[in-house]
Design a protein around this ligand. Structure first.
Ligand SMILES: Nc1nc2c(ncn2[C@@H]2O[C@H](COP(=O)(O)OP(=O)(O)OP(=O)(O)O)[C@@H](O)[C@H]2O)c(=O)[nH]1
Ligand SMILES: [Mg+2]
Length: 373
């Protein structure tokens, strides 16, 4: 447990030391530390029956930065058994904006084999976001973070819809009654333009599928790759101003890009600054991948030395926050918790009552008009 005394363990130890891969993970000097951190994580996550729901953690980052590999590394870190490819990783569809991108969620039952009652989180593999800080990209991010996009809905369909009908139509479609909007059906069965114009439907507030509680922004430690600063700006803007979500940052490929390289250190500082995250919400990690172990021994085992930095970060990520289970409050810009009016039944009742009174007045007015005639 030598890292207990080394505060920057998740940073320094995770890159320069070569990884020792053994068929028996107990031979790894980090084996005990892994068990300890795993207990810490489970303790923070809590158990079924404590009135809590599993957290939803979104993993986002530029194409090919190692998001899916990072998820598989988290799953291996939660395992006592072996690494498994739950999230498909590799080089596919890179830089092709037209490739259908869907959200992929991983619930505990998918990645965790132990039979216990710990509320391990649900992870979202968020791929297909452009490096843009445009209103449409922000709206796409909001839709996903607010849990409005279903598992099988393609992100690029929403993007196309936004490009065709503008960003307000996207807001109305996905946030419905929150915007009190009427939305013109795009797939109208009437070909006549007048009928088409009249063919409206009021979209109700969409069901929340998976409301995101934490976001982990992943990026490669490669100093030659530009940081997707516009995407970072869009993400931190939404999380800080509009939603109560805490951001974490991960730089992958610590095996290739070492901390003794000044350019790598500079990248780390820029990455943290761009996201506005402190040191305890950052980790530089090595993912389970063929570069680490060309024989892929990890298909039969786990590598505690890879798991430890990831579990240290997860312990922080899983720490409870006041609004985790509270859907009736939101955090304001200056950090206060105030009632979330759109979710409050009292406000809904007042609105219904006012509408009812207006309706009665209108009917009385009509009666008067008829009587006067
Ligand atoms: N050396 C090394 N390679 C890595 C690491 N993490 C990921 N890779 C490799 O990087 C490539 C891309 O990894 P993915 O996990 O598919 O990246 P992604 O961000 O999910 O990619 P998209 O879903 O296409 O956006 C794969 O060939 C991985 O093996 C790492 O820590 N070290
Ligand atoms: Mg991927």
């Amino acid at each position: 447990m030598d890292d207990v005394f080394n505060r920057s363990f998740s940073d320094s130890d995770s890159d320069d030391n070569p990884i020792y891969v053994a068929r028996d993970p107990r031979q790894d000097k980090r084996f005990d530390r892994k068990q300890e951190l795993l207990w810490n994580c489970k303790g923070k996550a809590g158990k079924v029956g404590q009135g809590k729901k599993p957290l939803v953690i979104a993993v986002i980052g530029p194409p090919g930065c190692g998001k899916s590999s990072f998820l598989n590394t988290i799953f291996a870190a939660f395992s006592h058994d072996c690494w498994t490819e739950h999230a498909k990783y590799g080089e596919f569809g890179r830089r092709d904006k037209q490739v259908t991108r869907r959200l992929k969620s991983f619930q505990k039952k998918v990645y965790y084999t132990d039979k216990d009652e710990y509320l391990l989180p649900t992870f979202l593999d968020m791929t297909g976001f452009e490096d843009e800080d445009t209103p449409l990209n922000k709206e796409l991010l909001r839709i996903v973070f607010c849990g409005k996009l279903g598992e099988d809905e393609a992100l690029n369909e929403v993007r196309k819809f936004g490009e065709l009908y503008d960003v307000n139509a996207v807001k109305e479609k996905y946030f419905g009654e929150n915007y009190f909007g009427i939305f013109q059906k795009q797939d109208s069965k009437f070909s006549n333009p007048i009928w088409k114009y009249l063919d409206f439907s009021v979209i109700l507030n969409r069901e929340e599928y998976l409301r995101v509680n934490r976001i982990i922004v992943v990026c490669s430690a490669n100093p030659d790759q530009p940081l997707p600063k516009s995407l970072f700006e869009a993400v931190s803007d939404i999380t800080k101003r509009e939603r109560d979500i805490t951001l974490y940052g991960v730089l992958t490929q610590a095996d290739k890009y070492k901390s003794r390289d000044q350019r790598v250190l500079k990248r780390k500082r820029e990455f943290m600054r761009a996201l506005g995250i402190p040191k305890n919400r950052f980790a530089r990690i090595k993912n389970y991948c063929p570069d680490i172990d060309p024989n892929m021994t990890y298909e039969d085992t786990i590598i505690p030395s890879l798991d430890v930095p990831v579990l240290r970060l997860m312990r922080q990520v899983l720490t409870a926050e006041p609004t985790d289970q509270d859907y009736t409050h939101r955090r304001t810009k200056n950090g206060k918790y105030v009632p979330n009016l759109s979710k409050s039944p009292v406000v809904t009742c007042i609105i219904v009552f006012v509408l009812f009174v207006l309706f009665v007045l209108f009917v009385l007015f009509l009666f008067r008009l008829i009587l006067i005639k």
